[in-house]
Design a binder for this molecule. Structure first.
Ligand SMILES: [Zn+2]
Ligand SMILES: [Zn+2]
Ligand SMILES: [Zn+2]
Length: 182
């Protein structure tokens, strides 16, 4: 896009009206590099012009007026930076929206799962698993089984019985705690 810079309402703006007032103006000395043009100063590094001339090298002085930026590279670079920041903001917004969507979907899946655990189908399956274990915890073999644990959630709602284990409270808690590995 064309990086035309103008003054509107006393403010330095680019072609799309972006406020560039934060950028100070600097006129380099006539016969130095920078060719006596009026440049913009980098707000994050006021030791050089946006187009890259160190002030110590080009000499000159700050210009008070908002008008008259005569370097073509300075405003072009400012605008391309603003565009890059804008693309970054859009990208971040997209990432955040995707995260929110994923969280909402996970919450919905959890809610459906908790509903499923109240159904007669689940209760029947749970009873079969505890009967298979003869009422004993399949984790420790000592305590009475009080709960049924999913080895995988791949077939929730239509589990194979081998995907389910009868467990006591303590073993179930340990099954869901992060392991230490080797
Ligand atoms: Zn410049
Ligand atoms: Zn146990
Ligand atoms: Zn479990």
């Amino acid at each position: 896009m064309a990086a035309t810079v103008g003054v509107r309402g006393g403010k330095l703006v680019d072609a799309s009206g972006v406020d560039l007032s934060a950028y100070k103006r600097w006129r380099s000395a006539d016969h130095e590099r920078g060719a006596g043009r009026v440049h913009l100063l980098d707000p994050e590094n006021a030791e050089k012009t946006v187009c890259g001339f160190p002030l110590a090298v080009i000499g000159g002085q700050q210009v008070a007026s908002v008008a008259g930026v005569t370097c073509r590279r300075c405003p072009a670079l400012v605008v391309s930076r603003l565009e890059r920041d804008e693309r970054q903001r859009e990208w971040n917004a997209g990432v955040e929206a995707a995260q929110r969507k994923a969280e909402a979907e996970a919450a919905e899946r959890r809610a459906r799962y908790h509903e499923y655990l109240k159904t007669p189908e689940w209760r029947a399956k749970r009873r079969l698993v505890i009967e298979r274990a003869r009422g004993l915890c399949e984790g420790c073999g000592i305590n009475a089984a009080t709960q049924v644990h999913h080895l995988t959630y791949e077939h929730v709602g239509a589990e194979f019985l081998w995907e389910l284990r009868a467990v006591c409270d303590g073993c179930h808690e340990r099954a869901h705690a992060p392991g230490r590995g080797l």
